[in-house]
Design a protein around this ligand. Structure first.
Ligand SMILES: CSCCC(=O)C(=O)COP(=O)(O)O
Ligand SMILES: [Zn+2]
Length: 204
């Protein structure tokens, strides 16, 4: 199997797994995995597809500016520019974007603050924060319809090889050095969002 095929299968497996969680409602969401460093090329989901289906047209290879590397009728995800920022600025190997009801509600509740901070939660360790009083702050950015503008604002929060950003009333984007790490961060963030919403039900 070539490197490209291996990365394809890896991303397809993650897509299947996130699909079992019902995290691709209404064709939402997009995923990417780095294939080569120099030149920078990554696989990204084709736009507008039902990401619950596994097909030979699920992904296409794009370059450092998000353009398809080869002639294809497939369109890269409408949000490819966000993945472009991640791979150009960090050593991340995988980036995942999903819309869930929980991440949308949390982003709306805390959107005016521009961030949400979690503390006293064991699962914060998933973000490599091991101190007893560790806090995790997730930025929340405005959902600009103009994707280059969205990508520019998103880019301000892309500083490390791992990260997580909420886009208000839109969804979450996470990235990690490996697909395993990106998925771990996504699951941990969604756990925290569910916890927060559940807790609020009892503290009204
Ligand atoms: C119907 S969801 C609207 C677009 C979006 O936010 C998304 O995540 C999916 O867009 P893509 O072009 O990647 O399919
Ligand atoms: Zn989206």
């Amino acid at each position: 199997m070539t490197n490209l095929q291996q990365r394809w299968e890896e991303l397809a497996d993650i897509k299947d797994e996130l699909a079992t969680r019902d995290w691709f409602m209404g064709t939402s969401g997009n995923l990417a995995i780095k294939v080569s460093e120099s030149p920078l090329q990554f696989l990204v989901t084709a736009s507008g597809k039902d990401k619950r289906k596994r097909t030979s047209e699920d992904f296409l290879l794009v370059d450092a500016s998000g353009q398809a590397v080869e002639e294809t009728h497939l369109k890269p995800s409408a949000e490819t520019l966000l993945h472009v920022e991640i791979y150009n600025k960090t050593k991340a190997g995988c980036s995942l974007h999903v819309h869930t009801v929980e991440n949308n509600v949390v982003s709306e509740l805390y959107g005016d603050q521009g961030e949400i901070t979690f503390k006293g939660q064991e699962i914060i360790k998933a973000f490599d924060k091991w101190e007893e009083d560790a806090t995790l702050t997730i930025p929340i950015i405005y959902n600009h319809a103009h994707i280059p503008t969205l990508a520019r604002e998103f880019s301000e929060h892309v500083q490390e090889d791992t990260g997580v950003v909420l886009i208000r009333n839109h969804g979450i984007t996470v990235w990690g050095r490996t697909p395993f790490e990106a998925k771990k961060l996504l699951e941990a963030a969604e756990f925290l969002f569910r916890y927060q919403l559940r807790l609020m039900e009892f503290t009204k």
